[in-house]
Design a protein around this ligand. Structure first.
Ligand code: BGC
Length: 774
């Protein structure tokens, strides 16, 4: 754990340069706008430890699968959103001496992410090996207003000399992925040109043939006065640039404004890309840095108005929640239904930037409640658009008649994960996709979605479940063999309770929905389209529902993670020596598989999702049994535990788990932030406050709150959408207050009591002692 990030309500600040933390900081200070994003690499050359990363949404390469032992059904490739043209670069020469922080003495260094405005700023004072001293102020942003725009302001001031400074802003297409299975070059250059006015670079991915065009223009200023300086056009390998050499006097500031326009054939499919980016960048240049920045910060202001969470009395918690919200919106804005949310967003290569069940289980609740309805709808549509591929995937594995198995990992609907225990066995992902449809419709009231898209997906998933279970003669029940639950520290287990619970729930929900809509005209059309046989299939599903095996231990009063779980040696995780954690880095896989240690919520994930089906005592018993055995070695784990802990009154535990999820990357708690941020678990962090502390649920088709507040907090406040209302919720140590912007009455539940509010009548309810004392 590295606590070098200063606490501040709106800013992420690193003071002093710690080269050993550089890769961690490059992740933490990442910026993005939903369409593209990048790690906080330096603009100038840096010969120290760095992971270069600049990514463009949807632009991927199918990296050929590499496995020791090929198994039938493995995908041919792992899709990766790849490192793309690096457009931030500015090479700096001070009278022919290279400016490289790795070779300088650094007298002052500050890196700052302004979350309110969406800018990354770095100020440095450094002494070069020759003794020349200069300051640098570099700022950049990727615009939320126009997602093709990237801009850099790069200012150098010589402190103890007069001399020539050369700035070479460039576009670099010679980029690689650190993680490439066969060390292949993923890109080819199609065209490039530098003129004294504008430069461009047109590259294309091999195999997938995505075109990416980036155009660049630059302006130069001395002491804020623009100077006319004709650059030398510069080209080297896959790099192209414009070189400016200027005589600068001591204490004069030379500033470069670099504008780029970035577009891909993914985001602009019907556009001749080069003229498009050239035209864009010329508009950007004429608008100027200040105006572009202003529009960008206004767009951020809008986002914050809709989604900020204010916490009074706990600066670490305040900074952390804003950071999580900020990174979620930097990754996904819902503007394009073909985009999704990679576990690391645009901040690193791990997980390839592609889609996991994380989206439905951890991110959808955030977008559904903070953004306009189309944003969450687009996340669901993404899976609907992949339904055919999910059916083909199931067919490849031996299922039929329109059964769908959604991939564990995907970019285009095809499976691209290739560890048998996860690819073939971690089938619970199907359940998260079904549950997301329910969650979305229940929250937004958008029942059209069910008829237009949802039911087709539910039928296909139910068909898969019905074929995946089998009748056990011995148990006289339907059982589920050979699966991996969310706890990936167990493989090939029989009767994972969580997955069985999802099977039960999906079949029941699908049948209910079919019954609900059976008299509508559209229903017949749907039955035809899906070849759904009401009598035969529905009867089979009912039979499964009536006879499904769900393992539990009556004596302990708990659900069993899987058959045989209680045969393990049950030693609480707090007895593990600190130097053996995380266990996946210290223990053999064999030892992990046989151990009782749980990577992330498994039974508890199910109890979180289906909380209203169980009395609090049942949840508590399961929590108290499983949590002590949980090592939380997935970032997705603490949030679910925090929410459940709040629900059962374990407030200290809830707060401990909140900080663990919220500050996971800021404090590098899992020691892996260098690889990139844990973007999808950030959705879980948001849920921890809104569903955990504030206790938001839907109950009897009403919005319901059972709030509590951590002892350390004076108050917290958040904004959510609910159907036609935008609500502001404030919870203090004594009361909860809810306001709506809508003149129409809204009936809601607070602590189980009905309350009515409208625009002119907010509601305030006192909290009981139990809800405030932690
Ligand atoms: C977790 C999975 C998750 C994946 C991507 C793994 O470590 O166990 O549940 O889908 O990371 O975040």
């Amino acid at each position: 754990m590295t606590e070098y990030i200063k606490h501040h309500a709106w800013r992420i600040i690193e003071e002093g340069f710690h080269p050993e933390n550089n890769k961690v900081s490059e992740s933490i200070f990442s910026i993005g706008n939903g369409a593209m994003g990048q790690r906080a690499n330096f603009e100038e050359e840096y010969s120290g430890n760095t992971l270069q990363g600049s990514y463009i949404g949807g632009v991927y390469y199918p990296d050929k699968t590499r496995v020791g032992w090929w198994k039938n059904g493995y995908p041919e490739y792992f899709a990766k959103i790849i490192n793309a043209t690096n457009w931030i670069g500015v090479k700096v020469r001070v009278q022919d001496e290279v400016f490289d922080l790795n070779t300088c003495q650094i007298n002052h260094f500050k890196r700052e992410l302004n979350m309110q405005e969406g800018t990354l700023t770095r100020t440095v004072t450094a002494t070069l090996p020759s003794g020349k001293q200069l300051t640098l102020k570099a700022q950049r942003f990727v615009s939320l207003q126009d997602t093709t725009l990237g801009a850099v302001s790069y200012a150098v001031t010589p402190l103890n000399f007069n001399g020539e400074i050369t700035l070479l802003p460039l576009l670099d297409g010679g980029v690689k992925n650190a993680d490439a299975n066969y060390n292949e070059q993923f890109w080819q250059t199609i065209a490039k040109q530098a003129t004294t006015e504008v430069s461009y670079l047109h590259t294309q991915t091999k195999k997938t043939h995505f075109d990416v065009a980036v155009a660049m223009r630059n302006q130069l200023f001395i002491e804020n006065q623009q100077v006319a300086n004709t650059p030398i056009c510069w080209e080297k390998d896959e790099q192209i640039g414009q070189q400016f050499s200027v005589l600068v006097r001591q204490n004069q500031t030379l500033t470069l404004h670099k504008y780029v326009a970035v577009a891909s054939s993914f985001s602009h499919p019907n556009q001749p890309l080069v003229p498009f980016v050239q035209q864009k960048v010329s508009t950007f240049e004429s608008q100027g840095y200040k105006k572009l920045l202003k529009e960008h910060t206004q767009a951020w202001q809008q986002k914050w108005n809709e989604s900020d969470i204010k916490i009074e009395g706990d600066i670490a918690a305040q900074q952390a929640i804003r950071y999580n919200i900020f990174q979620l919106y930097q990754t996904y804005t819902g503007a394009n239904e073909q985009l999704n949310i990679g576990p690391k967003g645009f901040t690193g290569e791990k997980y390839g930037g592609v889609t996991y069940w994380d989206t439905e289980a951890y991110c959808l609740p955030f977008y559904m409640r903070t953004s306009e309805a189309h944003v969450a709808r687009n996340l669901l549509k993404y899976r609907y658009n992949h339904l055919k591929k999910a059916q083909e995937n199931a067919e490849k594995l031996g299922f039929n008649r329109g059964a769908a198995l959604y991939p564990m990992v995907t970019i285009n609907g095809e499976e691209c994960h290739n560890e048998w225990e996860i690819t073939f066995e971690e089938i619970h992902r199907n359940g998260a996709i079904a549950y997301a449809i329910y969650n979305y419709i229940q929250y937004t009231g958008d029942t059209d979605y069910m008829l237009d898209y949802g039911l087709e997906v539910l039928i296909a998933i139910s068909r898969f479940w019905a074929q995946r279970v089998n009748w056990s003669q011995a148990k006289q029940k339907y059982v589920l063999l050979g699966v991996t639950g969310p706890n990936e520290y167990e493989n090939n287990v029989n009767n994972n309770w969580y997955t069985l619970k999802l099977i039960e729930w999906t079949l029941r929900y699908t049948l209910e929905q079919l019954e609900l809509y059976k008299d509508l005209k559209i229903f017949d059309k749907l039955c035809k389209k899906t070849a759904f046989n009401t009598k035969k299939e529905a009867d089979k599903w009912m039979h499964i529902l009536d006879n499904l095996y769900l393992p539990e231990d009556q004596q302990k009063g708990i659900f069993l993670q899987q058959d045989g779980f209680l045969d393990k040696e049950l030693v609480p995780a707090n007895q593990l020596p600190a130097n053996e954690r995380p266990i996946h880095e210290h223990w053999s896989w064999d030892r992990i598989l046989r151990s009782c240690y749980i990577k992330q919520a498994d039974v508890l994930q199910g109890l979180y999702m289906f909380q209203d089906e169980y009395p609090p005592e049942t949840i508590k018993r399961n929590f108290e049994f499983y949590e002590p055995l949980t090592v939380h070695e997935s970032s997705l784990s603490p949030c679910i535990h925090s929410i459940l802990a709040s629900a059962i009154g374990l407030h200290d535990k809830a707060y401990e788990m909140y900080l663990r999820t919220a500050r996971l990357d800021l404090d590098n708690l899992n020691n892996d932030t260098a690889d990139g941020l844990h973007i999808t678990s950030m959705g879980g962090t948001w849920m921890t406050i809104v569903e955990g502390f504030a206790g938001l649920r839907i109950s009897q088709n009403m919005l319901s709150f059972t709030p509590n507040i951590p002892a350390k907090w004076k108050s917290y406040n958040f904004t959510i959408r609910f159907r036609s209302h935008i609500l502001e919720v404030t919870i203090t140590q004594t009361a909860i207050c809810i306001k709506t912007n809508n003149p129409q009455e809204l009936v809601l539940l607070i602590n189980g009591q009905t309350e009515k509010i409208d625009k002119n009548n907010p509601v305030e309810v006192q909290l009981s002692k139990q809800q405030t004392v932690s």
